[in-house]
Design a protein around this ligand. Structure first.
Ligand code: F6P
Length: 563
């Protein structure tokens, strides 16, 4: 086994997870579980609602409404052990180069280690590096929030525009929205990501150049969308301030950068004194807790950003130390994998019962799908089982009035993660005087209950429903869900939730034997877009393109654009 595992870590694997003893045991177990309904599982094991539950830091996670028993958890844990999840987890925490295709560590856990920790990687104490940058970010943040950092005309900053895409956008905007209650009242955040000019134009429309700060966030500082938007923003700023194109003083006052690429930052015209760095061991989709969180830190302040990081760290410690059977990210991953690989589920719904968490599913889409959307193993062999689920979702209760019909009575098995909070950050009295937050959460509990237990034809008929309507009203139940509850949506709890899903993503990848830290699949489209810009815009018209579809569309498009 260790030979195989070593081979997996080195990227030279011959290890087929579907040939393991645990995989076969799970396949046989699924046959047995297939005949059991959640109604029966709760009768057979009345305590499962209290015991198939894991607490991790402030998160209280109920797995009992899943198509599992305690035996399933044991079998899944055995699978994870056979796949070497614990060894690979420890290797990740130690800074091993688990990102084999790029020969890099994946050390996002170092971004939230406390100041007094030490982690030497490739001869360097990365914790000291991390806290140096956090201190610089904190000082800068204090100056912006306190009005000491002023724009070119001496006015304090009222608006911060983060320009970035993918991991340099989704984390900052999701967390900014989620932490609405903790923001500085006098500074508004904005986020521009799309290369559709409407994105930038609509944000700039409401802004005053004199009081606007742009945070250009890009790990590589070569991403086309970001550099294009940043260049357009710079022109807007200079023209609004009535300055010439080369006015570097104004740019220095209104533009800061977050990047690993000082050369490109300088080339763009941003003073590298105003650059906040991070490292190639931070993947884009694992970077909200690095300097990529600068716009968030400006919004919530350095102390709350520290609490945000402490939340991540609390779940890191849980993940690092808890046995697999009581390890929240591991069980979340393994239960998800159980559905993907043994029940043919293709997708995973994520349903936050919090309006402020509206962007969380989109954030998770990049985290999980850019990480685990792979068809080859780390060693370059074709995978032998489905990988990466399709993550999607909307806040409850909006989703209830849109797609829950399919969750309840459709033909697909769609496991759902429900996320809810006990203490509201906003509340109002409802018509009956009760709390609106309690109404929201009663929906949370009702939906998970109905998904699990449904309603039988007999129960419906007993209510006097006409026989021809009965089949339409049958609620099959047996639809799995996991309930993730936390006391309150705080910076710490948000960090805990992100870390939960980061490690969930990692555990799945380790079982599948894929590398969750690279994303080669997004490169070719980017390159071809660059190649096609001239083809659709320049004269003369291009010679025939290799495929008739693109050729015809390009010619149609050119015609519509008068070319
Ligand atoms: O979409 C591909 C990707 O490389 C992501 O992984 C990354 O988060 C995003 O582009 C943005 O990259 P950068 O931060 O280098 O601009």
């Amino acid at each position: 086994m260790m030979t195989n595992l070593r081979g997996r870590l080195d990227g030279g694997d011959e290890f087929d997870i579907t040939s393991t003893v645990s995989w076969h045991a799970l396949a046989a177990h699924q046959q047995h579980m297939y005949s059991l309904h959640l109604r029966e599982l709760f009768v057979m094991d009345p305590d499962r609602g209290r015991e198939l539950v894991v607490d991790a830091a402030d998160l209280h996670i109920d797995f009992s409404k899943n198509l599992i028993t305690r035996e399933t958890v044991e079998l899944l844990a055995a699978l994870a052990r056979e796949a070497g999840v614990e060894e690979q987890r420890d290797a990740m925490f130690a800074g091993a180069h688990l990102n084999t295709s790029e020969d890099r560590a994946a050390l996002h856990i170092a971004l939230r280690l406390p100041r007094d920790a030490q982690l030497i990687v490739d001869g360097q104490d990365v914790v000291a590096d991390v806290h140096d940058v956090l201190d610089r970010m904190g000082d800068f943040t204090d100056r912006v929030r306190g009005g000491d950092w002023t724009g070119h005309t001496g006015k304090p900053i009222t608006d911060v525009v983060n320009i970035g895409i993918g991991g340099s956008d989704l984390g900052p905007v999701m967390a900014y929205e989620a932490l609405r209650h903790y923001r500085h009242p006098g500074i508004t955040g904005h986020f521009v990501s799309n290369s559709d000019p409407s994105d930038l134009v609509s944000v700039l429309a409401g802004l005053d150049a004199e009081t606007t700060l742009f945070v250009v966030s890009s790990k590589t500082f070569t991403t086309l969308e970001t550099i294009t938007n940043a260049t357009a923003a710079r022109s807007w700023l200079l023209s609004r301030l009535g300055l010439s194109d080369g006015d570097s003083d104004a740019v220095a006052k209104h533009f800061v950068a977050v990047s690993t690429n000082a050369d490109e930052v300088a080339k763009f015209g941003i003073d590298t004194d105003n650059m906040f760095g991070f490292w190639n061991w931070v993947g884009g989709r694992y970077s909200i807790d690095s300097a990529i969180g600068l716009s968030l830190m400006i919004a919530i302040g350095r102390e709350l950003f520290d609490e945000f990081l402490a939340g991540f760290h609390a779940v890191d410690e849980h993940f690092r130390t808890a046995p697999l059977e009581q390890n929240a990210p591991a069980i979340l991953a393994l239960v998800g994998l159980w559905y993907s690989n043994f029940w043919d589920a293709q997708s995973q719904a994520v349903l936050p019962y919090s309006n402020d968490m509206a962007r969380f599913p989109a954030y998770l889409q990049q985290l999980t799908m850019e990480s685990n959307g792979k068809t080859v193993t780390a060693g370059g062999h074709h995978v032998t089982s489905p990988t990466g689920s399709i993550y999607w979702g909307e806040p409850g209760t909006n989703g209830q009035h849109a797609f829950y019909q399919l969750l309840h009575q459709g033909t697909w098995l769609i496991p759902a993660d429900f996320i809810g909070f006990a203490q509201p950050l906003d509340d109002l009295p409802a018509a009956d005087g009760r709390s609106m937050h309690d109404i929201l959460m009663s929906n949370f509990f009702a939906q998970t209950q109905v998904l699990a237990f449904g309603k039988t034809a007999d129960d419906i008929a007993a209510e006097g429903v006409p026989p021809k309507l009965v089949p339409h009203k049958v609620m099959p139940g047996n639809r799995p869900s996991t309930s993730i509850l936390a006391p309150k949506l705080t910076p710490s709890v948000l960090g805990q939730l992100i870390a939960l899903y980061e490690h969930e993503t990692f555990v799945k990848a380790m079982v599948w034997g894929i590398n969750p830290f690279d994303q080669w699949g997004v490169e070719l489209g980017k390159k071809q877009a660059v190649d096609l810009v001239g083809v659709i815009s320049d004269d003369p018209a291009p010679s025939p393109l290799p495929d008739s579809s693109t050729d015809a569309m390009v010619r149609w498009y050119r015609g519509m654009r008068g070319r």
